[in-house]
Design a protein around this ligand. Structure first.
Ligand code: ASP
Length: 291
């Protein structure tokens, strides 16, 4: 296969706890990356691959997003997702979305079928319904952590967002992030994930997806900060990503991010105990790790 520098990275959240068994997540992430690699090799766009990869992560129930999301203090599952296409700088997002299986599909529909970037709450749900997106019929049966199931602790449920960044054979970049938010959040709370420039970003130089303490990622404008460090300060990817994450740390926040640049380089820094992550590197290697 010619080296078209197809590259892809995913994360499954920055909330892993030492001493716990994450073999299922590591195996799942590796499989998801292999599928993404095959799609890219078959000519799929970075945007397409990012959406379909995040759909797989949401549907697995293994992470705190989509089916694995955790509820707010009212016991309601309000989900957030954001998507960005680097070449066109188009973006779509939903926040506090209730009742739909795939927030990232809703985000894509916002991007492609409206003049808007972000729809929230009842408006987002009405839109997703009008677009015929798959509904959740019975939340108690659907969500894997309903009633504290799946043996997850509150600490793990606090940060288990999923995300994907990809570079396709044409050199285009895309990023997507999807989350159930943080465990025990207030109704209506929205974190960094659906906000372009905070928890998700893609332009012609870099694509970023974040996970961690969303309030600090918002306050540090992490994803945009990385893009602007590269664009205006001439920093390389690793330096820009580490610098933005330092800003989160200075605010008292923990988390991590995955980022990919137009050259196909990947950075996956975190300042938390670990971060579930996997990547297809430019040389064809696939890595999948937690700590
Ligand atoms: N960043 C997410 C949020 O604050 C949480 C996470 O990454 O798991 O909503």
């Amino acid at each position: 296969m010619t080296n078209k520098c197809l590259t892809l990275a995913v994360h499954g959240g920055a909330g892993p706890l030492r001493g716990r068994d994450y073999r299922a997540e590591v195996a799942h992430m590796r499989g998801v990356v292999e599928t993404g690699r095959d799609r890219l090799a078959a000519g799929a766009s970075a945007l397409e691959v990012v959406v379909e990869t995040v759909v797989q992560l949401e549907a697995s129930g293994l992470y705190v997003a989509g089916r694995g999301a955790s509820p707010n203090t009212d016991g309601v599952y309000e989900l957030d997702a954001g998507l960005m296409d680097g070449a066109s700088r188009r973006a779509g997002a939903v926040a506090a979305l209730v009742g739909f299986q795939s927030p990232i599909r809703a985000a894509r529909a916002v991007m492609e079928a409206t003049p808007h970037v972000l729809l929230v709450g009842a408006g987002a749900a009405a839109f997703a319904g009008a677009k015929g997106l798959a509904r959740i019929v019975d939340p108690q049966a659907w969500f894997t952590h309903a009633g504290g199931g799946a043996g997850k602790t509150a600490a793990e449920l606090a940060t288990g967002t999923v995300g994907c960044v990809a570079r396709d054979g044409a050199g285009a970049l895309a990023a997507g992030t999807s989350t159930g938010g943080t465990f025990g959040k207030l109704p209506g709370r929205i974190g960094d994930c659906p906000i372009p420039g905070a928890g998700v970003w893609a332009d012609e130089r870099v694509a970023v997806s974040c996970t961690g303490a969303g309030e600090m990622f918002l306050r540090a404008a992490v994803a945009a900060q990385i893009a602007f460090r590269i664009r205006f300060a001439g920093e390389d990817l690793a330096t820009a990503a580490a610098g933005a994450l330092d800003d989160v740390g200075a605010l008292g926040g923990e988390g991590g991010l995955i980022a990919i640049n137009a050259e196909g380089q990947i950075a996956m820094p975190y300042n938390s105990a670990g971060m579930k992550r996997a990547a297809l590197h430019a040389d064809g290697r696939i890595t999948a790790e937690v700590f």
